[in-house]
Design a protein around this ligand. Structure first.
Ligand SMILES: [Zn+2]
Length: 709
């Protein structure tokens, strides 16, 4: 399957999914989609956008900024942007995402019909057209999956499973477990094989185990969804219902043997070096040899297993349980489980519309609260971006990301990095020895801005017009082969985990690099036409956020070269943990929907990054303003530079989220909802209260702010 990266992104899956997938909690690579709005200005480009980084018209001046700064900064935006029916989430990220979608559609429509197309244009154009042709998909029905469905039906004993599991994974169906490449925790310069828990259709372990009424209801809806999918594929209703119950029972056993989202954030808990021979010996009821046979050996050019030597078995307990389950689970259950996941993987945009609708119903409506499906073209643009993002991104960047924007972002990044250096030097709770190591790590960060130096080649990928399901299989094969070919080779720190048009950013602790895709480096987050107060408050804080991830509760466990290696003295570690505990308590206390609290441990890394990032942005901006002799009392649009800095920070988070999505987010996502990324973070910044003359007793002023960096 696909390589494992522990990169931490800026946005929640709710946000990123609200942007990029109808199936917000979809586990496969097929989650279709994107968004809809009508509120953006289609003609805008990075230079002509009407979106502003600091926008006084979005402010609701009837709200007291010292009581609820999120509502104050975003109140008018919310009035003007009621949540569209097809969204679980709509925010300023969605505004830019919508604009990017229009740009990408323009590129794809040209590629669809142009004369003398380049090989890449043929691929992206034909894939888009195949995805859009719903009539053809309806006419084909499930015929493209029939050969595999027949193989599943023919399964009679556990010994036949390994070969079929290999085949299914090869075509992108994520059954039983995940396997791929990953940097070695002990030596981040090399890729090794990686085995991880997987094979579940619900977003996280707790969805299978929680005992409250709402969780039980979601499970009932999930079982009903599986039954409907099986029925759509031709099973009689009573058999489909019985099969769905069997699948639920089996997935619950997989879940019980898996780590929770909180546990998965601890790299030590996932660090279990092993080798292929040892795992082969342990999997007594699942022949790894038989499993490898169905993987294409040309992937690595080697005969035999595509993975040899050292591997990491992230969750040994899971594989021990899986080994037993393989032998003891009735074949009828395993056949139902495989059928369900096969349909699930292709439901989004490769099967008849009825599958797409049913898939949307559970993943976007039940789990996300969306009320209607988004336009097909958005789903299809997102699919091509996900599958061939570099082919699309190369054209996108040439049209919409001027070189000046790249230079400007790089300068801003360097200013934030310098602020971090000064910050590390100045903190009073860290010893000189740990500080010296922290500086080595900071200086080792690689800044990646806009797009990759080298575009991925799609030369070996065949895209056939009118064959959406076949194309999906071939894309999966292409990606799997590419991923497996990395094993045993040096890690390529210059490769990107996000496509260039993506509205998001990330830090990768094993590569020690920050990554800002071109799609994000635009208004309303960054603009060459606006002043430093706005750009530092917004994009500056994001750059600081990503940098701080190198020093959050998870990232700090990795050294400058990305190895999982403790470089902290015991007392510095204790000081850090005591300070971090302040934020755990602060976020544990937040109730996002009745009965559902945020999880302070799950969100700790992101909250540390938000707070640290904003502090770094403030430090860097104050220094720059000082050097430029900016008059800090001069008002623009009625606000001092400091006030505009805070408002620009808050306005990047203007958004609305449905309660269903908030619940799912609180239970699965390491990011806090946008309102708290604004208000709770600013409560921890006494400088904010000063800028708006907030006083003790105001909601935005708390007795004991948390402070780490
Ligand atoms: Zn983050």
């Amino acid at each position: 399957m696909f390589g494992k990266r522990i990169a931490v992104s800026l946005l929640t899956t709710v946000v990123a999914a609200g942007l990029a997938a109808t199936g917000m909690a979809q586990t496969g690579e097929t989650g279709a989609g994107s968004t809809n709005s009508g509120s953006t200005n289609p003609g805008s480009t990075s230079s002509g956008s009407t979106l502003r980084v600091f926008d006084p018209t979005l402010i609701d001046r009837t709200v007291n900024p010292c009581q609820d700064f999120f509502q104050y900064s975003c109140g008018n935006w919310m009035k003007e942007h009621p949540l569209p029916a097809d969204r679980s989430y709509y925010g300023r990220f969605s505004e830019l995402y919508d604009l990017n979608l229009l740009h990408l559609r323009g590129i794809l429509e040209q590629a669809e019909t142009g004369a003398n197309r380049t090989p890449n244009e043929q691929k992206i154009g034909d894939e888009y057209a195949s995805c859009m042709d719903v009539k053809a998909l309806d006419a084909k029905g499930i015929a493209p999956l029939e050969p595999m469905l027949r193989k599943i039906d023919a399964l009679r004993e556990p010994g036949e499973l390994p070969g079929l599991v290999g085949e299914l994974q090869w075509m992108g169906v994520r059954v039983y477990f995940d396997m791929g490449s990953s940097p070695d925790y002990a030596d981040a310069s090399r890729e090794i094989g990686y085995f991880d828990a997987g094979g579940k259709g619900l977003p996280e372990r707790g969805f299978y185990t929680r005992t409250d009424a709402k969780s039980a209801q979601i499970r009932r809806e999930y079982v009903a969804h599986i039954a409907k999918m099986l029925a759509l594929a031709g099973e009689p209703a009573d058999k489909a219902a019985a099969d769905a119950a069997r699948v639920m029972d089996f997935e619950t056993k997989l879940a019980e043997a898996s780590l929770s989202a909180v546990e998965e954030r601890d790299p030590q808990a996932e660090n279990h070096p092993s080798d292929v021979a040892a795992l082969t010996a342990e999997m007594t009821h699942f022949s790894l040899g038989g499993y490898w046979k169905t993987y294409d050996r040309t992937a690595t050019g080697a005969a035999g297993a595509p993975i040899a030597g050292k591997i990491n078995v992230a969750q040994p307990k899971f594989f021990a349980a899986l080994n037993e389950l393989m032998a003891t689970t009735p074949m009828e259950t395993q056949r139902a489980y495989l059928r369900w996941h096969l349909l699930h993987a292709f439901a989004g945009t490769s099967l008849p519309e009825s599958f797409d609708q049913e898939n949307w119903h559970f993943y976007a409506h039940v789990l996300g609260g969306a009320e209607k499906q988004q336009d097909r073209w958005k789903t299809c643009v997102s699919r091509v971006d996900r599958e061939m993002g570099d082919a699309l991104g190369e054209v996108y960047v040439a049209r919409y990301f001027p070189p000046a924007d790249k230079r400007r972002t790089l300068k801003l990044t360097e200013a934030i990095e310098q602020a971090m250096g000064r910050d590390i030097e100045s903190v009073d709770w860290m010893s000189a020895a740990t500080k010296a190591q922290a500086m080595v790590k900071l200086h080792g960060v690689m800044n990646k801005i806009g797009y990759p130096d080298k575009w991925k080649s799609y030369r070996t990928l065949t895209i056939v017009l009118g064959d959406a399901a076949g194309n999906q299989m071939r894309v999966s094969e292409y990606r799997t082969a590419r991923d497996l070919a990395k094993i045993g080779k040096p890690v390529d720190r210059k490769e990107w985990e996000m496509t260039p048009p993506t509205v998001n950013a990330y830090y990768d602790p094993q590569e020690n690099n920050v990554n800002f895709p071109a799609g994000y480096l635009q208004p309303p987050f960054f603009s060459g036409k606006e002043d430093d107060a706005a750009n530092y408050g917004d994009m500056g804080s994001t750059i600081g956020h990503e940098l701080t991830h190198g020093f959050d509760d998870e990232g700090r466990q990795f050294d400058a070269t990305g190895n999982l290696k403790d470089w902290w003295t015991k007392s510095d570690e204790a000081n850090f943990n005591a300070r971090a505990e302040c934020m755990v308590k602060q976020y544990d206390a937040i109730e996002v929907v009745p009965g559902v609290h945020l999880n302070g441990k799950l969100t700790l890394g992101e909250n540390l990054a938000d707070l640290g990032g904003l502090r770094l942005a403030l430090m860097a901006w104050v220094l720059k303003a000082d050097e430029a002799h900016v008059d800090m009392t001069a008002k623009m649009d009625g606000y001092t530079p400091e006030q505009r800095f805070w408002i620009a920070y808050a306005q990047q988070w203007c958004s609305e989220t449905r309660p269903e999505a908030l619940r799912t987010q609180a239970q699965t996502d390491p990011h806090a909802p946008d309102k708290y990324r604004t208000n709770t973070i600013l409560q921890d910044m006494p400088e904010f209260a000063k800028s708006f003359a907030c006083k003790q007793g105001d909601a935005m002023v708390i007795a004991q702010p948390c402070r780490i960096w």
